[in-house]
Design a protein around this ligand. Structure first.
Ligand code: AMP
Ligand code: MG
Length: 423
């Protein structure tokens, strides 16, 4: 019999793996998440001008070619290439001109030229254009130095997009340039997925719901809810403020019941660990088909992934830094998939480190980082996950893989600007 009063050796690393606990690597948790989720149903048809930020529910097919007809790429003089050669060319000008929106009705005879402006349809008999700066003219004849390349300074019909081609595929979240493309192709309306309703809930007896309210010394303001609501909005979802609920299983269950009728996915923060006061994970384990938690990741060890009445629940850690990082790493791709725009993988890039760090094996780490003037990643002075100022300081995250690593200044590290996470 071992003595029940011999304590375990104290460790200064709270992420050291306790014996017998199954830590889930980040990649495993992401894979499980991806398998377990599906897009929500429902589409609507919107006029193009209201569709920015929305997700295409169907492929968009070009109703006409871009450009619809061959035209001039410059202001200059147009003619048939076949009648020109090397050396100085002198071509008589036909009367009139071809301009954008004012097509030339006649044909230009071989060996003649016509004044033509950018965007004008090439008149019959014209297949090449010389830039006006390369020409001399007396008003009756135009002269330029040959040879000119065939089809010089012209745009072919459909050289950008051909009528009937898929211009943008289903799942695309429409950005400003996409609207330009679809408009050019004659697409007036698009079928888009209905917005994903993301409910955001804070938990904890110590939390004061709004920064305008009085707070006693043992209380703290809810920092996570405004942050998570803003993230959901930035990702193009419909963010629903579910408020704050105390650490009480009955109140939490009632809150989840209400929320699951109103939103497609619930994002909570706080109480996601396995301690006495971690009511969210306890409740989700008892009644919410908890699927995964204790991610081998810093910050953000406790992460509850569960279903409440069929509605996915992301139980994020309470610490704002951990809640933020977990939202970027786990919630973002998951919400993207649910919203119909597919699983999203952030694009990071390799930069030199401007810091030193010895990292233990067995967990992935994300450091609050930003690039210095030399393009090297510096990290926030403290790794404390309560240091919200470090989040505001950072422009991105440095990712350190699951293995052990010793990083010295100049070593290559993976940097993800916040824009890689759609921010
Ligand atoms: P928990 O995950 O509930 O154990 O909380 C971890 C830490 O995060 C505690 O110090 C909490 O007070 C803090 N915390 C939890 N929720 C929030 C919140 N919404 N805003 C700011 N801090 C929070
Ligand atoms: Mg708590």
């Amino acid at each position: 019999m071992s003595d029940p009063l011999i304590p375990p050796r104290l460790r200064d690393d709270c992420f050291a793996m306790p014996q017998g606990v199954d830590w889930v690597p980040v990649a495993t948790a992401l894979a499980r998440l991806r398998e377990g989720l599906a897009p929500v149903n429902g589409t609507e048809t919107l006029p193009l001008e209201e569709a920015a930020g929305r997700v295409l529910a169907k492929d968009c097919t070009a109703r006409r070619s871009n450009p619809p007809a061959a035209n001039s790429a410059v202001d200059g003089y147009g003619f048939a290439h076949a009648a020109t050669g090397a050396g100085v060319q002198r071509l008589p000008l036909v009367a009139g001109r071809a301009a954008a929106g004012q097509p030339y009705a006649g044909a230009v005879p071989g060996g003649h030229a016509i004044r033509i402006l950018t965007g004008a349809i090439l008149p019959e008999g014209v297949d090449s254009v010389v830039l006006e700066e390369d020409c001399a003219t007396d008003g009756a004849t135009v002269a330029f130095d040959g040879p000119v390349k065939p089809r010089a300074n012209t745009r072919k019909a459909g050289e950008d997009v051909v009528e009937g081609a898929v211009a943008l595929a289903a799942g695309r979240r429409l950005r400003a340039p996409d609207l330009a493309l679809l408009a050019a192709l004659g697409i007036a309306e698009v079928e888009v997925c209905r917005p994903l309703r993301v409910g955001v809930l804070s938990t904890g007896d110590e939390i004061v719901a709004a920064p305008g309210m009085p707070a006693a010394p043992h209380q703290i303001y809810d920092a996570n809810r405004p942050m998570l609501l803003a993230l959901a909005r930035a990702w193009g979802h419909s963010a629903v403020d579910l408020g704050h609920i105390r650490d009480d299983a009955g109140l939490l269950a009632a809150g989840f019941d209400r929320a699951s009728a109103e939103v497609d996915v619930i994002v909570t923060s706080g109480g996601a660990s396995a301690g006495d006061e971690d009511h969210v994970s306890q409740l989700l384990r008892d009644r919410g088909r908890l699927t995964s938690w204790r991610i081998a990741m810093k910050p953000g060890r406790p992460l509850a992934l569960a279903l409440w009445r069929g509605v996915p629940v992301f139980g994020l850690p309470g610490n704002p830094v951990a809640a933020f990082v977990c939202a970027l790493i786990f919630a973002r791709p998951a919400l993207s998939l649910m919203a119909g725009s597919g699983w999203s993988v952030p694009q990071g890039f390799d930069v030199p480190a401007a810091f030193s760090k010895a990292k233990k094996a067995g967990r992935r780490e994300y450091l609050r980082a930003r690039l210095n003037a030399d393009g090297a990643a510096e990290v926030f002075a403290s790794e404390g996950s309560g240091r919200i100022s470090g989040l505001a300081w950072a422009d991105g995250l440095v990712e350190l893989g699951d293995g052990a690593a010793t990083i010295a200044p100049g070593a290559t590290v993976r940097y993800y600007p916040f824009s890689a996470f759609g921010l």
